[in-house]
Design a protein around this ligand. Sequence first.
Ligand code: BES
Ligand code: ZN
Ligand code: ZN
Length: 447
Amino acid sequence: MEIEIVKSDKQKSLKISFVKDGDRDVIFLPESRKLTIKLEDDSEESYRLAGGKAMKILEKEEFETVYVKNSEFLSQILEGMLLGSYRFNKYKSKKKDFSVKRIFVEDGDEVENIVHRAKIIASATNFVKDIVNGMPNEMTPLAVVEIAKKLADENNFEIDVLDVNRLTEEKMNALLAVARASSNDPAVVKLAYRPKNAKNKVLLIGKGLTYDSGGLSLKPADSMYTMKSDKSGASAVLGIMKAVSELNIDVEVVGFLGLTENMIGGNAYKPDDVLVARNGVTIEVKNTDAEGRLVLADVLSYAQDIEKDFDYIIDLATLTGAAMIAVGEFTTLAMGHNKKLKKQMLKAGEQSGELMATLPFNRYLEELIDSKIADVANAGATRYGGSLTAGLFLNRFIKEENREKWLHLDIAGPAYVEKDWGYNQYGASGAGVRVLTTFIENLKKGE
Ligand code: BES
Ligand code: ZN
Ligand code: ZN
């Protein structure tokens, strides 16, 4: 159940305060209905973290309403509180709802707008967590299609669903090869939000592997567990579109979801296969576990042909384990050719509270994906630089004229939380929603 935020001066509820100094990190006085959280530092993010911490403390208590004062960082506090109180307990027989039901906020300048935005951002992020946490026996490609249809209906998005026949007509052979051994059909979904006065247009492409077993290059048991989260990119695209539409941002956004499973079977695609991708590029399969890039290759190519006059093309994918080797599991890795675009994304990361880093391509890495028999290989010749070689593989499917418009975001680290950190609990984090919504908002402001 979503927590309500109400503008009110009902100071009788438990009052949460945030302070910069003090001896103790937390002072909780339930009898006098006071909870004081010390901020870690001066950053905006410290307010989100403190908001999340407050909710964690209150989880075990019985307060139904809490009160926060208006302040410069109200928006971050509310975001932290709403994100921090998310729980995925759909499958717990003994459900315990979060005790806090309402947050009262002191009235003041801009409070209405701040509450409005915080609610939209948090609910879009939590919406994505629900999809990603959905387990693979239920959240199949077609189940995600149904969620996309409902979202389109609620937000007046254009929607087009490409089924196996259409994917075959489109010659999306790389995607179809990945999908072949699964008994759940694949699909590509296109969703469009087209406000009348848009000056910018963004294409978003999401990797939506509802399960990645690795295929014949089967993952070891320990690495396969959590691979329901391999649909995080596509799920984030849904969440970003929901937020952008609810916030009425004047930027055109067209989302593409590449939805499939990567399974094993007698008809599975194999290492040694050569696939002819939609754009005619031939791909030697070296490892069937490098499937995300195959799916994205065809969806990227389709998106660039079907949509005209766009300014940005950004893909989101849980693409490589190497992303976590490079920067740890908390940070999204951005790769691309356009320095200014990378800067804009770093800035949006900073503003939104999502950690973002960039990795640089270089000419020598390109050789690592050479194939002796085809145009390109789907896995690098060495493990080193694995996130970059995956990025450079995608680059082969970006048309020359779109190279400067493209950015690849590897969210393999932050998309799924194995041990609670910050205001993120075990399970999906909704990575990508806040940073991209902020990026898109900034475009409107001309930043
Ligand atoms: N979905 C995985 C990447 C991943 C790993 C995401 C761990 C989240 C957590 C991807 O499809 C994959 O398996 N990539 C391989 C590529 C390799 C075979 C070139 C990898 O990272 O090992
Ligand atoms: Zn894989
Ligand atoms: Zn994968």
